[in-house]
Design a protein around this ligand. Structure first.
Ligand code: ADP
Ligand code: MG
Length: 302
């Protein structure tokens, strides 16, 4: 098995990196948390995506050492999502205590979201391949605020780095200005938390809190293989409730709806369950409209 750490070190010597970036990346690669992460996850990470991996490691290192106004109260952690290295943000103890008190009462719930997503604005959202998504986002907001009929959310499908999560954050921020509360969460991280909750017997209460959000956004759905349990008892239960209650729901995914159905049809053990996948997708299609987002990978050369 090829060693990702040494491939990243080689990448450091590539010609098109700026001197500053090379120096900072070198420090980042020598960080003990980064080394430990690479050691533990070497086999799970796509070793061809070197520049994307480097960008995530750089982001992690930067946020670990320099707290910006936005990342204050949160700590970054490297995770593997869809065979890529990503950075997730978790509230530190102080923030957790504060959030425990206010999270579900407050009008804005962002779970595990990066600092740049917290400040995302529709005004800054532009570029090729994204106009359709932007127009649909504005339509959604207008309909949601001004009409009494059910307004489906968006299913943003597109490649890694095209700005899907950013757009979700921007919509949530815009709705927040109108006192509408949005719950935006990284679905794979939520799934892991749910698995960890089994032993503590509070899965049901967590699912019940999430499912009632006025607006729910499930980011990066399909990035990991889902167990049948997560698919049917967690995701299925949440979507069923939201369909009955006509509650708008957003998704982002590297998959189109059709590809997601195929992905959901195979469970973690490799068993085929096409009927169950179809049932989930019927709910997804009721709750949201598919929009394909294209464009360059914004995680590179930002
Ligand atoms: P995806 O979710 O599609 O993988 P992200 O939303 O995480 O992509 O976007 C990748 C990076 O590009 C992020 O750092 C994000 O903040 C930035 N980004 C995306 N869209 C914009 C935009 N319109 N303006 C400024 N930054 C953006
Ligand atoms: Mg994303």
């Amino acid at each position: 098995m090829e060693n990702l750490g040494s491939r990243l070190a080689e990448y450091l010597n590539s010609k098109n990196l700026t001197e500053d970036y090379r120096r900072l990346l070198n420090n980042a690669l020598n960080d003990p948390d980064v080394q430990q992460f690479l050691k533990e996850n070497n086999d799970k990470i796509n070793s061809d995506a070197l520049s994307a991996s480097a960008a995530s490691i750089y982001e992690f290192y930067n946020n670990k050492h320099h707290k910006s106004e936005l990342s204050k109260g949160y700590y970054p952690k490297l995770i593997v999502s869809n065979h890529n290295i990503e950075v997730a943000y978790y509230p530190n103890e102080r923030t957790q205590n504060r959030e425990k008190r206010s999270q579900y009462e407050s009008s804005f719930v962002l779970m595990d979201m990066a600092p740049d997503i917290r400040k995302a604005k529709l005004d800054d959202y532009d570029g090729d391949g994204r106009q359709d998504a932007l127009a649909q986002a504005l339509d959604f907001i207008d309909n949601y605020l001004n009409s009494d009929t059910f307004t489906p959310g968006l299913f943003l499908a597109g490649d890694f780095g095209v700005g899907k999560t950013y757009l979700l954050g921007a919509i949530a921020n815009e709705l927040f200005k109108h006192d509408v509360r949005t719950t935006l969460m990284h679905f794979p991280t939520f799934a892991i938390e749910m698995k960890d909750s089994i032993g503590q017997n509070n899965v049901l209460s967590k699912v019940n809190k999430i499912k009632v959000a006025d607006i729910l956004m499930l980011d990066d759905i399909g990035a990991d293989t889902m167990s049948s349990w997560i698919r049917d008892e967690v995701l299925g239960v949440i979507l069923q409730y939201r369909m009955q209650e006509n509650l708008p729901t957003f998704f982002s995914s590297n998959f189109s709806m059709q590809e997601l159905e195929q992905h959901l049809a195979v469970n973690q053990r490799g068993e085929e369950e096409p009927v169950k996948a179809k049932r989930i997708m019927e709910r997804v299609k009721y709750l949201s409209r598919e929009v394909i987002v294209t464009g360059r990978n914004r995680r590179l050369n930002k």
